[in-house]
Design a protein around this ligand. Structure first.
Ligand SMILES: Nc1ncnc2c1ncn2[C@@H]1O[C@H](COP(=O)(O)OP(=O)(O)OP(=O)(O)O)[C@@H](O)[C@H]1O
Ligand SMILES: [Mg+2]
Length: 453
């Protein structure tokens, strides 16, 4: 072979490795040159196919990472893999908890009448599918009608043949080493599937198994969360009464009903009383969280006169603010409409925001509660000139038990539950809450509530 021809072939190979899968090779030269160039073009074709497969498999991973559901991912597979593999129908069947039945959970088919639809279930025992589950090995049937003649009792084969399918490839779905179900690819032509198809179909099956595993884990997590809420609710509920009893006895002592007490004893009893209040406060918060999380938060909406509401709140809370030399001011737009809300819950929200503002501000600053009507909503804000929250910590403040590096200025206690409860109460009212904060300048929480009927 001449040097020029050799260079042409080397150049063609270089182009393939750079991603041009169909390089131009002039048709000339002797038989061995032509043979080599044909082989190189074949390599290009098979590289292209491989690349396309990897791209499509990668697109399944992307959909899984985007959190799409199994049905949506199966839709994507059904639409996009046609370019490279043959099928007219894809379906998934999952094993039930005790591995006795297979239930069809999603079906995509070109057939006009679906005979095995979502929800169809059949016992595994005695079925040929049991073997695929037991061995984990895929199975190809290249003539379903012929198979039916040999296995006339197979109802599912009868139904799939009635849908117009003539050949099938079945792969097990395996999640964390356990078989969880099967994926069926079927074609309207006989002899569609060959052993070379198996590895790609298995790769698709493996990707889909990841989604199955994810949704199973999510379900388990939800159950555990439910259990946690119930436990939290019961524990908090059962602690409330005995602490209430202890607090009542302390008050009896403090009021001298159980005999004279001296100053030292009074001091100790007062500390015990304050700690009981803290425990009761925490218990109320835990009960609230557990009720809200398990969907048992019941709102009692009624019309609320906002002017009166804010003034009452200000007079109740003024002294708490003054203990830290903080001024609590109001900036309420006149003529605000009444809003339909659960006033106790909205009071709880306001109190959480204002006590936070006081807790995280230095003395000689101001905390302002504002309210105005805006775009058909009522906007309520609580602004302080306190420490502010660092931008990278803002995202966690509404999560339960999460605190930031900002600490209370007067040694107040901080559990990290207040804002988690606030957010949920506001969302239960179909409202929104936002925060705007600058370190060293202060923080403003803004709530928007619908006016309601
Ligand atoms: N006005 C504010 N200024 C600065 N930081 C704040 C302010 N409000 C909340 N934070 C930060 O957000 C965290 C979460 O607030 P949240 O009200 O949920 O909990 P907490 O006040 O610490 O405890 P709890 O409300 O349960 O008594 C606080 O610990 C604090 O770090
Ligand atoms: Mg708080």
């Amino acid at each position: 072979m001449e040097k020029e021809q050799r260079d042409e072939l080397v150049n063609a190979l270089r182009q393939i490795s750079a991603g041009n899968y169909h390089p131009h090779i002039p048709v000339r030269g002797n038989a061995s040159y032509r043979q080599l160039s044909a082989a190189i073009l074949d390599v290009g074709n098979s590289f292209e196919k491989h690349f396309q497969q990897e791209r499509l498999l990668g697109s399944i991973t992307e959909k899984i990472n985007d959190g799409l559901l199994l049905e949506e991912i199966l839709n994507h597979v059904f639409q996009s893999f046609r370019e490279i593999i043959p099928y007219h129908r894809i379906s998934i069947a999952l094993l039930d908890k005790d591995n006795k039945k297979l239930r069809s959970c999603c079906v995509r088919s070109d057939a006009t009448k679906i005979k095995i639809a979502k929800g169809y279930s059949a016992p595994l025992e005695g079925s040929s599918l049991a073997n695929i589950i037991a061995t984990g090995k895929p199975r190809i049937i290249n003539d379903l009608r012929n198979y039916l003649k040999k296995h006339p009792l197979s109802t599912s084969t009868k139904l799939i043949v009635a849908e117009g399918m003539r050949s099938s490839l079945t792969c097990p779905l395996i999640a964390t080493h356990e078989p969880v179900g099967l994926i069926f690819f079927s074609s309207m032509q006989t002899d569609t599937y060959k052993n070379i198809h198996i590895s790609l179909f298995q790769k698709i099956a493996r990707q889909l198994s990841v989604t199955l595993e994810k949704s199973r884990m999510y379900e388990e997590l939800m159950q555990l969360n439910e259990l946690k809420n119930r436990f939290l609710g019961i524990a908090a509920h059962d602690l409330r009464s005995p602490i209430g009893v202890i607090k009542n006895f302390i008050i009896l002592f403090l009021n001298g009903y159980l005999g004279e007490i001296d100053d030292k004893q009074r001091e100790v009893l007062s500390t015990m009383d304050k700690n009981c209040d803290r425990m009761l406060n925490l218990i109320h918060n835990l009960l609230d969280l557990s009720a809200i999380e398990s969907g048992k938060l019941e709102l009692k909406p009624e019309p609320l006169d906002l002017q009166k509401f804010f003034h009452t709140y200000q007079s109740m809370t003024k002294s708490l603010a003054e203990q830290k030399q903080i001024e609590l001011t109001l900036n309420i737009e006149p003529d605000l409409p009444d809003i339909m809300v659960d006033s106790n819950r909205i009071m709880q929200v306001l109190d959480n925001l204002v006590t936070n503002a006081i807790k995280f501000s230095h003395p000689n600053t101001t905390v302002t509660i504002s309210a105005r009507k805006r775009n058909g909503l009522v906007e309520i804000s609580v602004a302080d000139h306190g420490q502010g929250i660092p931008p990278d910590e803002i995202s966690k403040i509404f999560k339960e038990f999460s605190k930031t590096s900002v600490r209370p200025t007067g040694g107040e206690k901080s559990t990290g539950l207040g804002l988690a409860i606030v957010r949920r109460i506001i969302e239960a009212h179909n409202g929104t809450i936002e925060v705007d904060s600058t370190v060293g300048k202060g923080t403003t929480f803004t709530i928007n509530l619908p006016i309601g009927n």
